[in-house]
Design a protein around this ligand. Structure first.
Ligand code: GAR
Length: 199
């Protein structure tokens, strides 16, 4: 069975959606480690409640590449097939990119390439877009720039705040992330330029 590592920093609702998909037989995989860069991440409690292996590697005051080296040391013996960033609010670092080339996915709450980075829903409201959404993409050295595996759109309503828009997008995140993971784990895709296509 394919092995996942889930990298988290906070609430962990995307991690939980993946864990539920596995538990309910919608995703054929195993979570070998939930790795947080913050000790106070709620995702760690959720991992414990699911009986899943979890660990904190604090990142405060640790250089990005040094953190990545420590993460590689933890993950390499676990024979991880795919790393899934799920609300991981830090750059992953070159050592992780090198060790897991083409095997790291991220979910981002906008229709990339619009609105990379942080405060994404506020960026979307400030720009005045009528639709936003979420993107699952491979992670490369750029900021939210890797090839796109899946996207889903939602309308932006006149009455929206960043919070109401985030909640509408989150429903779609939970729906598409495990499906994108299943596609990548199946290996039935090829990357042509920036395009991820069925193989
Ligand atoms: C999600 O909306 C995710 O897309 C976003 O953080 C939230 C985490 O929620 N990720 C990023 O912005 C990454 N740049 P969760 O912890 O409940 O999954």
């Amino acid at each position: 069975m394919k092995r996942l590592a889930i990298l988290v920093s906070g609430r962990g609702s995307n991690f939980e959606a993946i864990a539920r998909a596995i538990r309910e037989g919608r995703l054929d995989a195993r979570i070998s480690l939930v790795l947080s860069n913050r000790a106070d991440a709620k995702a760690l409690e959720t991992a414990a409640s699911f009986g899943l292996p979890h660990h904190c590697l604090p990142s405060q005051g640790v250089a990005t590449d040094e953190w990545a080296r420590q993460a590689v040391d933890l993950l390499t013996p676990l024979d991880i097939d795919l790393i899934c960033l799920a609300g991981f609010m830090r750059r992953v670092g070159q050592p992780l990119l090198d060790a897991f080339a083409g095997r790291i996915l991220n979910i981002h709450p906008s229709l990339l390439p619009a609105f990379p980075g942080l405060d994404v829903q506020q960026q979307a409201l400030d720009y005045g877009v009528k639709f936003s959404g979420c993107t699952v993409h491979f992670v490369d050295a750029g900021l939210d720039t890797g090839p796109i595996v899946a996207q889903a759109s939602v309308p932006v309503l006149d009455s929206d705040t960043a919070q109401t828009l985030a909640a509408r997008i989150l429903v779609e995140e939970h729906r598409i992330y495990y499906q994108a993971i299943a596609l990548v784990l199946s290996g039935r895709y090829r990357i042509e330029g920036r395009r991820v296509r069925p193989a």
